[in-house]
Write a protein that binds this ligand. Structure first.
Ligand SMILES: C[S@@+](CC[C@H](N)C(=O)[O-])C[C@H]1O[C@@H](n2cnc3c(N)ncnc32)[C@H](O)[C@@H]1O
Length: 259
């Protein structure tokens, strides 16, 4: 077994994170450059250090999970969500159950909540936001953002949901409390069911084909009939019908049958 494969095996034993389900070339490059930067000549030595040093471990986790996000990322897709998908989902039910999976630092679930709050009061919106990385979840809960992350947020919403601070904006208490944040690994933890809407964007690109195939099945089973999976703008699902899904609009997949 080569040095890198041994490393991925050790990381899995220690943390439950299975790096072999992420595309290898990309992941290996990222981790090799970090390892070299920290002065380790091979993955064996690097693993020993990561296993003993919390800061090195957090740095490793940050490097492997790419955390970039922003509010209303790909705004045209969010318009479709707001004007077409959500009205259909809400037409039949006063309540809505939503999951923002791999939510990073919170921009995505807070965008969702602002949008849903146009239509319903907070108690009627059940919104779970999850990520593998506890450090990003802590930032999501803190809810502080610089102007760059907020460039797609309309002024009216900024005023309604945020308060201005010296270096940026903070999400207001009510909006924040309406979202439940939880640690969750998409590749190994179980999924809740009966979702109207699952938003999982810009993480599947990092997974192997086999891992994606498994994940689409699990998402499909987690949706209600007629429920929707909203994916990232480079993450089109080929042969969606294999998963009981059908394209309702570009990057939106509606559950049409059980699998
Ligand atoms: C690029 S961000 C995407 C954030 C947001 N969904 C968006 O589109 O702006 C990718 C996120 O996926 C998370 N992630 C990576 N592997 C994961 C896994 N196995 N389970 C859950 N989250 C994971 C990372 O921690 C990171 O926060």
């Amino acid at each position: 077994m080569d040095d890198y494969n041994k490393f991925t095996g050790n990381i899995k034993l220690k943390t439950g994170i299975d790096l072999s389900l992420y595309k290898e070339g990309q992941m290996k490059r990222r981790l090799t450059s970090l390892r070299d930067k920290r002065g380790f000549s091979n993955f064996d030595n690097y693993f020993q250090a990561v296993a003993e040093d919390q800061l090195l471990f957090e740095e490793f986790l940050q490097r492997m999970t790419i955390n970039v996000s922003e509010f209303f990322r790909n705004p045209q897709r969010w318009k479709v969500l707001e004007e077409k998908i959500i009205p259909r989902l809400l037409a039949k039910s006063p309540k809505i159950k939503v999951w923002s999976a791999a939510c990073s630092t919170g921009e995505e679930p807070y965008s969702l909540m602002m949008l849903l709050h146009n239509y319903r009061n907070y108690p009627q919106i059940n919104l779970l936001a999850t990520d593998l990385d506890e450090a990003v979840l802590a930032r999501a809960k803190a809810g502080f953002y610089t102007e760059r992350a907020l460039k797609e947020v309309e002024n009216e919403r900024l005023e309604k949901y945020f308060s201005k601070e010296d270096l940026g904006y903070r999400v207001g208490k009510e909006l924040k409390q309406a979202v439940s944040f939880k640690k969750h690994n998409l590749l190994s933890d179980s999924f809740d069911t009966n979702y109207d809407l699952i938003v999982c964007r810009n993480v599947m690109i990092y997974f192997t084909e086999q891992a994606k195939d498994e994940l689409y099945k699990k998402f499909s089973r987690a949706l209600k009939p007629g429920g929707v999976l909203f994916v990232g703008s480079t993450e089109q699902i080929f042969q969606a019908n294999r998963y009981g899904l059908e394209a309702e609009d570009t990057f939106f997949y509606k559950k049409i049958s059980d699998i």
